[in-house]
Design a protein around this ligand. Structure first.
Ligand code: HOZ
Length: 418
């Protein structure tokens, strides 16, 4: 496979951008080698600048549920370009997008649009503190909620990939406001609430983890979290940046029947453009400025391009619920075999091939994986024209653009490794 143009693009980028990339996992440090520089995408495929094509299971890290250049999204973007790119003043379509999100996710009684998942979780957390008058947050080891100072403690995604336990630059006092517990441990949650229940503002969780690879909640875990937070006057925040509109139209909260107080969304709701949201109970959202004292703002929030792409995406998903049946079928086809020495986790169209024989239910079990062997598998797949996330600790995503033939080709390529 020819990679000379990617190699020189990477060398050039490394001189002006840290690691040559604008988000760490893209640098291939978790698997070695040269990141492929991408020229374009179409449907289920991406094409690099050397002319290689790949079946893509990254999908821009989740947003592209309909695949690359979904016609509805591209048409909406073409149309909005004729009216301008940003006004810093309200537009009608922002309320329309908020209404569609609320229609699909009833716990989002009111919401605020922001630009990234990090912004959404940062704002939700500040709001939880402002509402409860408490400072502590519980998060779970291996969960990643963006690069929010106080949440960069034992975080997943790039932190796990690069082996950074606690990020430099985070004031100790901020990190100390976060209690980190093992994912899926009801006992640890009960203990934390027993000891400090009256100081805990919120529990924030990826209801299905995507950022240590795909790790589903064990039965009863989310239910216990809901019960304990309610009993102690703490808020439950579901970080659905990855799972929202992916594991079900109504997100993980619909799949598991849990009603959080606040939620964060991103990725899919922006249709591949920078857009995210936080929201939830009306009485809590009334604390956000200008209604209340919790301040949060943004010049590009509600940006016309991003909102138009998001609207087009959500209208498609709401009009075609059969997309979720197809996603389930394709992802099941992809994971309906047991490679030796591998445990496959999957929830809907999110999946991970963990290079361990033991079940993966939390960070302790995820980190037992043979990451060197994963790296070999990753490069084998790349050579075969399949683009997986370049880290053992990230989820893969099936899109509605993946055909049965794509999945068959992927399984055939993977079988060739074992
Ligand atoms: N942290 C993101 C996925 N969990 C990766 C973002 C990116 O590299 O674009």
């Amino acid at each position: 496979m020819q990679t000379t143009r990617s190699e020189s693009a990477f060398a050039r980028a490394q001189k002006v951008i840290p690691g040559g990339v604008n988000s760490p996992v893209r640098a291939f440090r978790g698997v070695g080698g040269t990141p492929r520089f991408i020229e374009r995408g179409e449907g289920s495929r991406i094409f690099d600048i050397d002319g290689n094509s790949y079946i893509d299971y990254v999908g821009s890290w989740g947003p592209l549920l309909l695949g690359h250049r979904a016609p509805a999204v591209i048409e909406a973007l073409r149309a909005v370009l004729d009216s301008g790119t940003s006004f810093g003043a309200p537009t009608e379509r922002e309320a329309e997008l908020a209404e569609l999100i609320r229609q699909a996710v009833p716990s989002m009684e009111m919401l605020r649009l922001v630009n990234s998942g990090t912004e959404a979780t940062m704002s939700a957390l500040r709001l939880a503190r402002g509402f409860t008058g408490r400072d502590l947050t519980i998060k779970f080891e291996g969960c990643y909620h963006g690069h929010v100072d106080s949440l960069l403690v034992k975080a997943g995604s790039g932190m796990a990939t690069l082996g950074i336990a606690d990020a430099a630059g985070v004031p100790k006092a901020f990190a100390e406001t976060t209690l980190v517990l093992p994912y899926n441990s009801i006992a640890a949650l009960e203990q934390a609430f027993k000891e400090r229940g009256d100081q805990i503002a919120a529990v924030i969780v990826e209801p299905v983890v995507g950022n240590m690879g795909c790790v589903p909640p064990l039965p009863g875990f989310l239910e216990a979290m809901r019960e304990l937070t309610a009993r102690h006057g703490a808020l439950l925040i579901f970080d659905e940046v990855m799972t929202g509109f992916r594991v079900a139209l109504g997100g993980a909260q619909a799949l598991f029947g849990i009603h959080p107080d606040l939620s964060t969304f991103g990725k899919i709701i922006g249709g591949g453009l920078p857009l995210a949201a936080y929201g939830g109970r009306t009485d809590i959202m009334h604390k956000v400025a200008p209604l209340g004292p919790v301040y949060q703002a943004g010049t590009l929030s509600g940006n016309p391009l991003a909102v138009s792409a998001g609207l087009a995406m959500l209208r498609e998903l709401i009009a075609h619920p059969e997309i979720y049946t197809q996603l389930e079928a394709r992802a099941a086809q992809l994971t309906a075999w047991t490679p030796p020495g591998v445990t496959i986790n999957r929830v809907g169209s999110m999946f991970t091939f963990f290079f361990t024989e033991s079940p993966v239910t939390d960070w302790d079990t995820a980190k037992q994986c043979d990451t060197a062997r994963f790296g070999k598998f990753f490069h084998h797949m790349l050579e075969q024209g399949v683009y997986l996330a370049p880290s053992q600790f990230e989820a893969g995503f099936v899109s509605a653009a993946h055909s049965e033939a794509d999945i068959r080709a992927t399984v055939d390529a993977a079988r060739g490794f074992f």
